[in-house]
Design a protein around this ligand. Structure first.
Ligand SMILES: *Cc1c(COP(=O)(O)O)cnc(C)c1O
Length: 383
């Protein structure tokens, strides 16, 4: 630490490979070792000159990952968690029981359930709005609103919210804006440069990228009091990821820019294929010129992401039949891995879901685009 000469490295691809990493000074190992130790030796004078004392408080693998994610998102610091939901909860907790949160009604269903089942029970007030409608956001802000939670593109209908405008609105009303950037990643969208105070990730998705690790992160613009509460929740609340999980995520982040662009390109092909298909009623993808969010997405993103939702003509039965027939797309929830997934979204969202029965969500992976389209073509013959 600190010995490496400062290089003017700013490109995302280079940061993804180098940020937060150093060659191991003890052995010369290029791949970072996994530090499993839960406790660290004190110096002779009782201090901790080397910077670590106990595994819950800090860990070299976690610190590397936090440094890397903060750099990728253009923030001062990051705090990593055992899941995206744990990361989100740390932020909701920081709002306090006298505060109020405005959140997107179209946010990831698990976040909405967390707000309802935990945060509201603590006493924190919540208003859900369509954050793609700036007037609705403005109307929802109250005197005690501390936080606006925006997920863009949203889930599962890929609505686009105006990050710069909502940031301006939040700041004139003394609230913070946090953007759930899980779907876009810093490769396609930079919420910090658009004015967001915090950025959230479920690193389970594209950052992890291989469907084999759960994690979450909060990035801050600067280390203020609110972020200190986030870190308190992480360390004093014990919501920490394991060293191996951090190692896996950091390893995967190295290829994030290339995976993300390739998957986003594949998704654009798939979306264009679906929109022209007779058995498809509607396609939700911000990269389609006919989509409500197209113009804004083109302005605030550098690619449209790799999640595509569509409604088949018919109801639940027809949608299930399509999902039953795919051979390349695997029937499973989640997103962001190298393999393509197909999911009947309402089945996982449960009784509160507002998602249509005929909707299928695709997480488009790294396979060849032609094979994905061939697969959908044969599966859609069932409709
Ligand atoms: C998956 C997801 C989450 C929750 O993350 P976990 O790691 O599953 O806890 C939050 N937001 C979005 C957009 C997600 O896709």
């Amino acid at each position: 630490m600190g010995k490496k000469k400062k290089k003017p490295v700013e490109h995302l691809e280079t940061l993804a490979v180098h940020a937060g990493r150093d060659v191991d000074p003890a052995t010369g190992a290029v791949a970072p070792p996994i530090h499993l130790s839960t406790t660290y030796q004190r110096d002779a004078d009782g201090g901790y000159q080397r910077g670590f004392n106990y595994g819950r408080d800090d860990n070299p693998n976690r610190r590397s990952l936090e440094t890397c994610i903060a750099k990728l998102e253009g923030g001062e610091s990051a705090a990593c968690f055992g899941s995206g939901t744990g990361a989100a909860l740390s932020v909701f907790n920081a709002v306090g029981t006298d505060g109020h949160i405005v959140a997107g009604r179209d946010a990831y269903h698990g976040i909405l359930r967390t707000l309802e089942s935990l945060v509201e029970r603590w006493g924190t007030a919540i208003t859900l709005v369509d954050t793609s409608n700036i007037d609705a956001v403005s109307d929802a802000i109250q005197g005690n609103t501390r936080l606006i939670w925006v997920e863009t593109p949203s889930n599962p209908t890929l609505k686009i919210s105006n990050i710069a405008k909502i940031a301006e609105l939040a700041h004139t009303r003394s609230a913070f804006l946090i953007c759930d950037n899980t779907f876009a990643t810093p490769v396609l969208q930079k919420p910090r440069s658009l004015g967001a105070d915090f950025v959230m990730h479920s690193t389970t998705k594209y950052m992890g990228g291989h469907s084999d690790v759960t994690g979450g992160a909060i990035v801050c613009e600067k280390e203020n009091e609110f972020f200190e509460r986030v870190v308190d929740f992480q360390k004093k609340g014990g919501a920490v990821p394991s060293p191996f999980d951090c190692w896996l995520i950091l390893r995967s982040v190295a290829t994030l820019p290339y995976r993300m662009r390739a998957q986003s390109d594949n998704a654009l092909l798939v979306a264009h294929y679906l929109v022209a298909h007779d058995a498809v009623d509607k396609v939700f993808y911000p990269g389609l010129p006919g989509n409500d969010g197209f113009r804004l997405a083109t302005k605030q993103m550098s690619g449209y992401g790799a999640v595509v939702s569509f409604c088949v003509k018919g109801e639940r039965e027809e949608a299930m039949a399509v999902a039953a027939r795919t051979r390349v797309f695997i029937r499973a929830t989640s997103l962001g891995g190298v393999e393509s997934l197909i999911e009947h979204r309402k089945s996982i969202e449960g009784e509160y879901s507002r998602t249509p029965e005929s909707l299928l969500r695709l997480s488009v992976g790294l396979e060849h685009g032609d094979d994905l389209i061939d697969d959908l073509q044969q599966a859609l013959k069932s409709v």
